[in-house]
Design a protein around this ligand. Structure first.
Ligand code: PPS
Ligand code: ADP
Length: 210
């Protein structure tokens, strides 16, 4: 007897059943049929990556999709605790997030990763990993210019850098290698959040991922 070969990790191994066993099996079956993807939102601090990711997540969830947001900040508290902002540490952080994202996406989850990922080589490594596994990967550049980001300054990092309290801030005194050919570039400073989320949603739909 030949053992069936799985060419892709299946998405149906999280079966939970209700008392009568019907409704959630249907939900699980529907979710398992969804094609997952990783959507990586790269850009400077305060560019709007997280805000746009959560707006898109809300819309996708309302449509019945399974969505996870892998927020750079949160990941650094757990998965990447102890890592700093050297080139090496950022690369490690990005590839770790890419690893988890691919796992989830291969199980039908739409993964949104609002993570700076300043180095093209790190993003390329994540894309390659997805490619090897046959998992969809979209690179989205949230292209808010540093002049706008530094005024928003959600976490006060730009002010602290200007005051000499910190150094190595992405886009100011640390590199940011903007994607040359992203799947989508969002000029987040020229349009409202809802419009940016809609543009991303349209891209997912066009690629058969939403
Ligand atoms: N030096 C320096 N440079 C850049 N960012 C800094 C720095 N120090 C702290 N932070 C804050 O760390 C948040 C998470 O960063 P990431 O994990 O996305 O960065 S990276 O991809 O590993 O480069 C990142 O979150 P966002 O502002 O949401 O992008 C920053 O607020
Ligand atoms: N058009 C816009 N698009 C996205 N964010 C915007 C916009 N206008 C203002 N903002 C604000 O800019 C800030 C961006 O912060 P955040 O989403 O945390 O950025 P990042 O995750 O890139 O560091 C938020 O406070 C958000 O409300």
């Amino acid at each position: 007897m030949t053992t069936p070969q799985l060419h892709h990790r299946p998405g149906a191994d999280h079966v939970t059943t209700t008392a009568d066993g019907t409704a959630s099996r249907q939900d699980t079956a529907a979710a398992a049929q969804q094609r997952g993807a990783t959507v990586w939102l790269t850009g400077l601090p305060s560019a709007g990556k997280t805000t746009i990711a959560y707006a898109l997540a809300e819309r996708l969830r309302a449509e019945g999709r399974r969505v996870e947001v892998l927020d750079g900040d949160e990941i650094r508290t757990f998965l990447s605790a102890g890592l700093g902002f050297t080139r090496e540490d950022r690369h490690t952080n990005v590839t770790r997030i890419g690893f988890v994202a691919e796992l989830l996406a291969s199980h039908g989850v739409t993964v949104l990763a609002p993570v700076i990922a300043p180095y093209a080589a790190s993003r390329e490594a994540v894309r390659a990993r997805h490619g090897e596994a046959g998992t969809a990967f979209l690179e989205v550049h949230v292209a808010t210019p540093v002049e706008v980001c530094s005024v928003r300054d959600v976490k006060g990092l730009y002010a602290r850098q200007a005051a000499g309290e910190i150094s190595g801030l992405t886009g100011v005194d640390d590199p940011y290698e903007a994607p040359e050919r992203p799947d989508l570039r969002i000029e987040a400073h020229t349009q409202p959040v809802a419009e940016s989320a809609a543009a991303l949603h349209a891209l997912l739909t066009e690629r058969g991922l939403a």
